[in-house]
Design a protein around this ligand. Structure first.
Ligand code: GUN
Length: 292
């Protein structure tokens, strides 16, 4: 059994990006610039955005943080997006989700210029990705693909079971694993909260991607001997023994599942760090106008 080291791989990806930015700087080229919009006071979102800004600094990207309170109106958010769309120095930007309930998330995402949508959430990018056209691929699935690639995990002809059909992880993950490319060429089953016989389906997975957001939901009896298990879950649970007052739990009961697997990602230290690295990669693509 191999524990996939997201910390090492994300550091590798970021180092490669840093070397490329160093070269761009030496040649007097445009330094990639990522902007992040953070609305409200969701603790997890604050942590994620802080880690994105920190990664920009480590790599040598320029970054901007646009922060507003939870009372911000939808119109105000749309105005911020409009100005970022028009700002020629900003190569790409993200609006951190979730947004406060009074803001329509689809309206916000559709207002982002697809050329600057480095999260790959805009319907144009999702549609292009589904068609296999050049597109920004959303960061979490992109990060998972990169882990599979760098560990040279065989995917062709395998049965990949994705648990969870979210717009930003489960759905794109299922499309990417089915595409005619490496890593892909899987037979994919996309499961969700209404799936009958979920346990039996999971037991058939050569590659199991858990992305449902329920801590330690995937137990040992749901996993086939020798399976590759990718844990996308990041849930904060109260833990008084921790300084922060909470612990991060994945969707997989790691201790009992790991011994049955050939490869498994831990939480923390697995997919989460790759998400940030993939966003940085998309930002470099945006600054190079590599997609559009
Ligand atoms: N919330 C949880 N994951 C993400 C992400 O990848 N991007 C954005 N913008 N918000 C998120």
């Amino acid at each position: 059994m191999t524990i996939i080291d997201g910390k090492r791989i994300s550091a590798e990806v970021k180092q490669e990006l840093k070397e490329e930015v160093d070269k761009i700087r030496e040649n007097g080229g445009k330094i990639p610039h990522l902007a992040a919009v953070l609305i409200g006071d969701n603790g997890a979102s604050e942590t994620y955005v802080a880690s994105k800004i920190k990664s920009c600094e480590q790599i040598g990207f320029k970054s901007s943080l646009i922060r507003r309170g939870s009372e911000t109106t939808e119109a105000e958010v749309l105005e911020i997006i409009d100005s970022l769309n028009k700002d020629e120095d900003v190569d790409g930007f993200i609006v951190q989700l979730p947004l406060p309930d009074h803001i329509n998330v689809d309206k916000v995402i559709e207002a982002i210029d697809p050329k600057k949508d480095v999260d790959g959430f805009h319907p144009i990018n999702v549609g292009r990705m589904a068609k296999g056209l050049p597109a920004y691929i959303s960061a979490t699935p992109f990060g998972v693909l990169e882990l599979l690639k760098r560990y040279k995990i065989e995917t062709a002809g395998k049965h990949c079971v994705v648990v969870g059909r979210s717009q930003i992880v489960g759905l794109p993950m299922s499309l990417l694993m089915a595409r005619n490319d490496y890593p892909g060429n899987c037979t994919v089953t996309l499961t969700h909260s209404r799936t009958a016989n979920l346990k039996e389906i999971c037991q058939q997975a050569d590659i199991l991607v858990a992305a449902l957001g329920r801590p330690e939901f995937i137990k040992a009896d749901m996993v086939k001997e020798g399976a590759v298990v990718i844990d996308v879950g990041i849930t904060r649970v109260k833990d008084e023994t921790k300084k922060s007052g909470f612990a991060i739990k994945g969707d997989v009961a790691f201790e009992e599942v790991a011994p049955k697997t050939s490869f498994i990602t831990p939480v923390p230290g697995g997919v989460g760090l790759m998400t940030v690295a993939a966003l940085m990669y998309n930002t470099l693509l945006a600054s190079k106008k590599a997609i559009y």
